[in-house]
Design a protein around this ligand. Structure first.
Ligand code: HEC
Length: 203
């Protein structure tokens, strides 16, 4: 084998290697990446718009009006995002206020994992994985939520809630478990689920 033939073989091997790698690169992370972009976008929109309305209402209408906004928008915004993006998105928690936000078994397990990590101060800013649900691969994205000072108006210990807030919550959420929190506590998560095609193609 002369030098030129050898150089040619190396080049061909090099090209195969590179295209192999590129092929892999193009095939596998791409669906996850675009699902990830969608999930991030929808999560940001949900949290930003809830927060904006919450702050506005707390200032303008007081806690009573803000609870009303939380109740209606808490359900309405995820629904709008679900139909716009064709994904499942919701806020959920190990201690829910509205039973409609209760976690499914896979969400509950993830909440427990995130809570354990949060207690050790090592929860990630976001969680991404793929799970099999009812025999189908599903991309999952979760954003852990923590209690801030602002949240205590409605999620703090019962004895610290204003009588007005307590009354409205008691009336509207007889099964409310979302009280007793302190600043920095793990409150729950936003979870996005996107079914993946069997071959790992675009959802
Ligand atoms: C003005 C009162 C109010 C404030 C302030 C408030 N919430 Fe809530 N929160 C509610 C109500 C009411 C619900 C139930 C919404 C529904 O019916 O879906 C709720 C529901 C939730 C849920 C969904 C799970 C569940 O328990 O049903 C999460 C997560 C949550 N709140 C987190 C927060 C965080 C984090 C903050 C602070 C940034 C916050 N909330 C501030 C009133 C409030």
């Amino acid at each position: 084998m002369n030098d030129r033939t050898q150089a040619m073989i190396f080049r061909i091997l090099g090209i195969l290697w590179a295209t192999g790698l590129l092929g892999l690169w193009a095939e596998s992370p791409r669906p996850a990446r675009s699902s990830l972009q969608i999930a991030r976008e929808a999560t940001k929109e949900l949290l930003d718009s809830l927060k904006t309305h919450l702050v506005q209402e707390l200032q303008a209408g007081g806690p009573a009006k803000a609870i009303e906004v939380c109740s209606s928008l808490g359900q309405k915004i995820p629904q709008t995002l679900m139909s716009r993006y064709g994904i499942l998105i919701k806020r959920t928690s190990l201690k829910v206020r509205n039973p409609r936000n209760a976690p499914t078994p896979d969400e509950k397990a993830l909440l427990q994992t995130l809570e354990t990590l949060a207690k050790k101060d090592s929860a990630p800013d976001e969680w991404v994985d793929t799970v099999t649900l009812q025999g189908r691969p599903v991309f999952r994205y979760a954003k852990p939520l923590y209690v801030q000072g602002l949240c205590l108006v409605c999620h703090g210990p019962t004895e610290t809630l204003s009588p007005e807030v307590r009354k409205i919550l008691d009336e509207n959420y007889p099964q409310d478990r979302a009280r007793g929190y302190h600043v920095g506590d793990f409150r729950g998560m936003v979870i996005v689920k996107i079914p993946l095609q069997e071959q790992g193609g675009e959802p």
